[in-house]
Design a protein around this ligand. Sequence first.
Ligand SMILES: O=C(CO)[C@H](O)[C@H](O)COP(=O)(O)O
Length: 214
Amino acid sequence: MIKISPSILSADFSKLGEEIKNIDQAGAEMVHIDVMDGHFVPNLTIGAPVIAALRKITTKIFDVHLMVENPQDYVVSFAKAGTDIFTFHIETAPHVHRIIQNIKENNMKVGIALNPGTPLTTINEILDDIDMVLLMTVNPGFGGQKFIPSVLKKIKELKEMIRARNLNIDIQVDGGINKVTAPQVVAAGANILVAGSAIYGSDNIAKSIEDLRK
Ligand SMILES: O=C(CO)[C@H](O)[C@H](O)COP(=O)(O)O
């Protein structure tokens, strides 16, 4: 089954609570929360206090994507704030196995994100220990960018790695996902679609979510 995780990066931040209720009622399975530190990516967004406030609004899965240096420093505070899936970038984590253990000890699911230029070999040794791989289909930092088609081959290769090892791991994609690119990433093997502009830029949020799911 395809799951939709709307990225609130494209929501109207002046009414964030309302924007989250909208995607909740429209049938999204998750809420994708982009955390940026101005170092790993050239943009700043939100942190644990905002996530804790939003946690009161919905029971949907909080799918939190940390585009930050030193992600290990945020495990405990993000768990307390109500994070369900803690996704960090492999490019930021020399002690990746230690962070994975720490995330699990704090009762969150583990996601690992890869930039478009980062090869799958970087996660070969820890694939058995994680719940989700996030393949970025744009360079992280901003919403509204153009989908990078060369990632389709990487999605297929990851799907094959997972199948060959008989693992149960979600493949999430993020960046430039819309009605045109969604069928391509799903055909390649992705099962969780993150979308910001395609959902929040639409006049009919429920329809845009269903269009992506189809
Ligand atoms: O992680 C992100 C950017 O780093 C965003 O989630 C992503 O770009 C979604 O926005 P859009 O669907 O508009 O491309």
